[in-house]
Design a protein. Structure first.
Length: 416
């Protein structure tokens, strides 16, 4: 559990409250014991003094008179010698006070208090207290009260944790949503605010999913409807006699077809990006596919690759990303060549030429071009590359060294 989480905070608050209750319990015990001891000492000091003075002032004390006087204090005289001996032997001595006229001792035996009085003239008596209950009996009520408070606190903690537990489910679903997964379900049957948030989030995701489905269907229908007339137009243009008109028409249809292909790639990334078909492929096979897609002369592409380097990628999309880098490298380089270097950390594309006029972020925006861009370009190449890399959790970086533009696919996670 994270220290910054609400569960940690609530647990800490309840633990602090329980600690406060425990400290209060200890302080109350201490105060109550002091008060009990004070009252007990005052009571027994009176009984002891009265009894000792009676023994000293009368050589022969009448036991019946002594019993009557002790009865006022709810004290009973123990006359059985064996019982007296047993109590003094097995009982727990709590306190003993000695004066010039005698001594008194308090014993605890079998949940009762006993007062053992020894006069200076040798008289001895053991009294059982029927008025004051032993402190250990009184403390039971305090323990029960505080145990009830702690139990109530613990049950409140469990109830609170149970009420906010759905937050974990909502967070897990939000994490899935952040990764592009729209298969979300946070619906709850309760009527509290957390359930309202979960239900509202589920409803919002359902709306987004419906909009994405509509967008996907719309774009695919549009591309399908446009592809047919473009294909027919190219066939018709090829049937014309050679000339400027034929070249112009073919150029127009090729640009339209290129635009549709780039739109198709963008549509797959932005809508189906969460459903990438990632598999483990050798990088050399992906680069070979990219070279075939670019229809570039292999003589213009120099590759230096780490042996047996494999990546978990979407083969089609990653090939398009590398193909776009090859196209850009050849198109804008001074010598019409591009070099590809790859290791376990990055894939680098080097082409000789002037440094970019703007930061890389400028060129990764759709429909943006530099001053040296081909007029037939739509400014979508690096935008598509950047989008594909982000879908693979990779980065596109740029550097310029010794007259070479260097583009890198960084943060690779090769499969060993």
């Amino acid at each position: 559990m994270k220290k910054s989480s609400i569960f940690y905070s609530i647990t800490f608050i309840f633990l602090f409250a329980a600690l406060g209750v425990y400290v209060g319990y200890l302080n109350l015990l201490k105060y109550d014991k002091q008060k009990y001891t004070q009252e007990l000492n005052e009571r027994y000091s009176i009984v002891s003094r009265v009894t000792l003075l009676k023994f000293l002032n009368h050589t022969d004390v009448n036991k019946d008179d002594l019993k009557e006087e002790l009865h006022v204090y709810k004290m009973q005289l123990i006359e059985n010698p064996k019982r007296v001996e047993k109590i003094l032997k097995e009982g727990e001595l709590l306190q003993k006070i000695t004066t010039r006229i005698g001594s008194s001792s308090i014993y605890y035996f079998r949940k009762n208090n006993y007062l053992w009085i020894e006069a200076a003239n040798g008289e001895k008596v053991l009294l059982e207290d029927h008025a004051f209950k032993p402190y250990r009996t009184q403390i039971l009520y305090i323990k029960l009260i505080f145990a009830g408070i702690l139990l109530g606190l613990f049950l409140t903690y469990l109830w609170t944790i149970r009420k906010i537990k759905p937050i974990k489910k909502i967070k897990a679903e939000i994490d899935k949503f952040a990764s592009g997964n729209l298969d979300i379900d946070c619906r709850m049957d309760t009527n509290d605010e957390i359930a309202e948030v979960g239900n509202a989030f589920t409803h919002a995701v359902e709306q987004i999913r419906a909009l994405n489905n509509s967008r996907r269907l719309f774009l695919r229908n549009i591309m399908h409807e446009l592809k047919t007339p473009i294909t027919k137009g190219m066939i018709s243009a090829e049937m014309l006699e050679d000339g400027k008109q034929k070249e112009r028409l073919i150029s127009v249809f090729q640009r339209l077809e290129s635009l549709l292909n780039e739109f198709s790639a963008i549509e797959q990334i932005t809508i189906d990006g969460s459903h990438l078909k990632k598999r483990i492929y050798r990088l050399v096979d992906v680069i070979d596919e990219a070279i075939d897609l670019s229809m570039a002369d292999p003589k213009n592409i120099e590759t230096t690759l780490q042996r047996d380097l494999t990546l978990k990628v979407d083969f089609k999309l990653f090939s398009i990303a590398i193909k776009n880098m090859i196209d850009n490298g050849i198109k804008y380089s001074e010598d019409g060549r591009v070099q590809i270097f790859a290791n376990s950390h990055a894939i680098s594309f080097l082409s000789k030429g002037e440094k970019l006029e703007h930061p890389l972020s400028y060129y990764t925006e759709p429909f943006t071009q530099g001053s040296q861009s081909d007029r037939n370009s739509f400014g979508l190449g690096l935008y598509i590359v950047d989008s594909i890399l982000k879908a693979h959790h990779l980065k596109l970086e740029y550097d310029y060294q010794d007259g070479y533009n260097i583009f890198k696919f960084s943060d690779l996670m090769p499969i060993l």
